[in-house]
Write a new protein. Sequence first.
Length: 95
Amino acid sequence: MNLVKETVAQMKGIPEEKDLVEALKKAIFEITFNKLDGEERIMTCTKITDMIPEESRPKTDKKAKEGTVTVWDINAKGWRSFRYDRVTKAVPCIF
């Protein structure tokens, strides 16, 4: 457990990176983050296999680069990624 990462996550009110990745495997989230150009982005996304079209599902268990979270964007219907350290809000969606 990394105390700095845990403290930063608590201050932001978001789950730690590993916990967020696990939660994304079980639910759809609305993730708010700042893009590299500074623009705020809100993305509805998940890692739930059944929510991803079969032809787009990962064929390997390739790990994402540390600090980067790769997700399926529900609205854009495609793979997207964001830097965990730029996340400002993570809210589970209720459908």
